[in-house]
Design a protein around this ligand. Structure first.
Ligand code: FDA
Length: 306
């Protein structure tokens, strides 16, 4: 994990900083780089544009950690509408959701119940719902809820495993066993040494090990990273093992390493872009900033001069 990530994520939690950054809103160039727009129409336009370049998308209506049942209900309704609108617009109905936006902080039962209409809606349009993985305090509950949903919805639902967590290998083996689709990521939250590897080397080595397990035995895994060394390693492995290119996909975030997205597509690999949109962009944005020193310096310069 980058040394500066933890303090940066902590600073981002201050209300003062949040208000300062939010003041510029989506007109802020750096926010617009990572967030496709305020509403579904803009996100659909972005998805159509990406499709023209030969890539697929997963749409994320930004939001997390709702505190009332009504907010969670509103999220259910907007996700089900979203899936229908995507199908109508000819955009593949593939979305990414967070259980804390569906009421996980209010109880596992609520999050589970709220997922059901979303998965019914996805199934009816032959779509797919990926459950993003959040901070480690949610990992066990998220995996349990996922397992119950996967029993009923099978290939309509998938999960994320973070290679920085000590538990990741166990989760990967369990997901391979149940034939569930996994997106493998490094992990974006500040986690303590009790649950997560802290050095880049350990996180990356674990990523490679888990990626190879998934490529060998997993069900249509998603290799989600912008890291050139890991991408090289994935390409080398599938080449050596003669793994067909339609058995897995690469995934990257909207606005990050567009050159690498285009290169992999041109080389004949499947590439899916994660397209976030909506007014609740602040927490997502701060995680993206914490991933790269240059981004953080840019924000600090803007705050100081503005
Ligand atoms: P790393 O951080 O080492 O970056 C490698 C290189 O990529 C950098 O040197 C830089 O060039 C470029 N880069 C990476 N991030 C950048 C940024 N923000 N701005 C500019 N350049 C950047 N995490 C999680 O905890 N739960 C989840 O559900 C998901 N979901 C998810 C979906 C998809 C499709 C992706 C690609 C990523 C996630 N993540 C996630 C985020 C993930 O855990 C991780 O934080 C980021 O992908 C950054 O890690 P990299 O693997 O890209 O490597």
């Amino acid at each position: 994990m980058h040394l500066f990530r933890r303090p940066l994520l902590a600073v981002a939690e201050s209300t003062l900083i949040e208000n300062l950054v939010r003041r510029g809103g989506l007109s802020n160039g750096l926010v617009r780089r990572f967030v496709a727009g305020e509403d579904l129409d803009t996100a659909l336009e972005a998805a159509a544009e990406i499709a023209k370049q030969g890539m697929t998308t997963t749409l994320d209506q930004l939001g997390e950690n709702v505190t009332t049942i009504n907010e969670a209900r509103a999220a259910v309704s907007s996700y089900t509408t979203m899936l229908g609108r995507m199908a109508e617009a000819g955009v593949e109905p593939n979305i990414s959701v967070k259980l804390t936006m569906l009421g996980l902080d209010l109880g596992d039962e609520l999050a589970h119940t709220n997922m059901t209409p979303i998965l019914d809606a996805a199934r009816s349009v032959r779509g797919f719902v990926r459950i993003d993985m959040e901070g480690s305090s949610y990992a066990e509950r998220t995996m349990r809820i996922f397992a119950t949903l996967h029993d009923r919805f099978d290939e309509t639902v998938g999960i994320v495993v973070q290679s920085y967590l000590h538990r990741a290998e166990g989760d990967i083996r369990a997901m391979i066993e149940r034939g569930a689709r996994v997106r493998l990521v490094k992990g974006a939250y500040a986690e303590p040494a009790t649950v997560a590897f802290q050095s880049r080397r350990e996180i990356d080595d674990n990523y490679v090990r888990l990626m190879e397990l998934l490529l060998d035995r997993g069900r249509y895994p998603a290799i989600a990273t912008h890291d050139p060394a890991l991408i090289r390693s994935a390409r080398g492995y599938v080449g050596r093992m003669h793994i067909p290119r339609d058995r897995f996909e690469f995934q990257m975030l909207y606005g990050v390493r567009r050159d690498a997205q285009a290169d992999l597509t041109a080389a004949g690999f499947r590439m899916r872009v994660y397209v976030p949109y909506g007014s609740q962009w602040y927490p997502y944005f701060t995680r993206r900033i914490a991933e790269r020193p240059a981004n953080a310096l840019f924000v600090i310069r803007q705050l100081v001069s503005g």
